[in-house]
Write a protein that binds this ligand. Sequence first.
Ligand code: ACO
Length: 314
Amino acid sequence: MSGSRITALGHYQPARVLTNDDLAGLVDTSDEWIRRRTGIATRRIAAPDESVTDLATAAAGKALAASGLQPSDIGLVTVATCTAMDRCPSTAAQVAARLGIPSAVAYDLNNGCAGFTTALAGADHAVRAGAARHALVIGAEKMSDVTDWSDRSTCVLLGDGAGAAVVSADEQAGIGPVAWGSDPTRGNAVRLQGDWHPHFAQEGQTVFRWVTAHLPEIARDACARAGLTPADLAGVVTHQANLRIIEAVVRQLGLSEDTVIATDVVDSGNTSAASVPLALSKLTERREVPAGAPVLLLAFGGGLSWAGQVVACP
Ligand code: ACO
């Protein structure tokens, strides 16, 4: 097989919706400020007893069911997360056990918000190398566990959720070459700080400036590696951190006016490694992009790190 492709997707979000007005009851903020600065209207918050493994399993179970494969077909399970509290066994091993996947290699990957697109590249490489024929790639986060609910500059941004993709060997390359890297000179711009109960912190304006200056070039690089230009894209799913960032990045790309831009941040907030698969799964469920059409996935976050690739929409 010369390539791999995403054949199915699934997502899961907890039932509880936290509105901007709810947050204005907790900290000195307002619906108007949050919408104007971030575009976010709501986010989902997991129940206290709902773990990252629960979120990941729910999304992965849906993707597996949609793929038509049996659990025994899956040879690789990887969960991108920076909020799983269990270090060992890994979240991926627990997901595999819960889904009845009998003998897959299963491991977690922490590359912050760029975790899912990094894990997707790893799965593509493994499938193309013949190390697995079918893989489950999951992004899952319980950001509410690492949120400082007294800090208005961060608590309004974050949400919980999970998205998952089944990646299978294919004669054609449905997952393009990855554009990835990191900038350690800004290594502390996004972080989980504190030893026993870490919380999310960031230099918001530093990240904002870095992303709007560098992401368009990375996007063009990912397109070029797939033999495309941004004008060829049917869809763009960037990390859902801030609607202003998404708009500033896509404005610089020279997209076709028909290109569909994912804006799930409005409903879901920033779900870190879950944001790209969550938004892609919803966009596909609503059939906003035709099957087979090229969609750019592009994520950035702690590190500062980034990873992106063009995929054929499942
Ligand atoms: N409500 C009301 N006022 C607020 C709030 C709030 N929730 N938060 C901050 N403010 C105030 C600040 O105190 C400040 O007040 P001052 O001027 O009196 O000092 C003012 O608003 C402006 O604050 P800034 O931090 O400068 O606001 P900014 O416009 O930069 O928006 C934001 C902040 C939304 C975090 C923005 O910088 C951003 O999105 N940055 C990029 C973040 C990002 O993309 N991270 C991605 C990687 S991390 C991850 O994805 C998990």
